[in-house]
Design a protein around this ligand. Structure first.
Ligand code: RP5
Length: 164
């Protein structure tokens, strides 16, 4: 199975990345994690992107906050799908990173998830890998079913509280 590359602009983004790694571990999807910054270590970030396909990656998640250029720089240097996670920071609550990540020019796409959306980034990356992996597709389906059953259970509990 191809790996998911997980990049973050700073180790201060780790709490968001943990959500992704936890979900990928649950889904039994292999991954590799690095701190590469578009601004502080641009050469390492670009080198990772350029070599990612031949190094066995199938998709890359890039998380960054503030002027979040990491996902865009990675996408500019590979044709692997890139998923951007805008991370919340204290001054602008993540709106800065959201706009920096989502507003890519035509030709260099970044699939942007919500602010601090580590879970959805992991699920989306797994769905991309699952296009050519039926066993993983089945694990994703099983998770969807369990999530649905959980919501139906909550509906039954809330209905019992209010709908006499
Ligand atoms: C971004 O700047 C990082 O992704 C992080 O979210 C933010 C702040 O970085 P630190 O100052 O915490 O290293 O590049």
């Amino acid at each position: 199975m191809r790996k998911v590359g997980i990049l973050m602009g700073s180790d201060s983004d780790l709490p968001v990345i943990r959500k992704s790694t936890d979900m990928l571990e649950f889904l039994e999807v292999p991954f590799e994690v690095h701190v590469y910054s578009a601004h502080r270590t641009p050469e390492e970030a670009i080198s990772f992107a350029k070599n990612a396909k031949e190094n066995g990656f199938g998709v890359i998640i890039a998380a960054a906050g503030m002027a979040a250029h990491l996902a865009g720089v990675i996408a500019a240097n590979t044709t692997l799908p890139v998923i951007g996670i805008p991370c919340k920071s204290k001054n602008l609550d993540g709106i800065d990173a959201l706009l920096s990540t989502v507003q890519m020019p035509p030709g260099i796409p970044v699939a942007t998830v919500g602010i601090d959306g580590g879970v959805n980034a992991a699920l989306l990356s797994a769905e991309i890998i699952a296009v050519s992996d039926e066993a993983l597709a089945a694990r994703l389906m099983a998770k969807r079913k369990a999530d649905t059953e959980n919501v139906l259970k909550k509906d039954a509990e809330v209905s019992a509280m209010f709908n006499k």
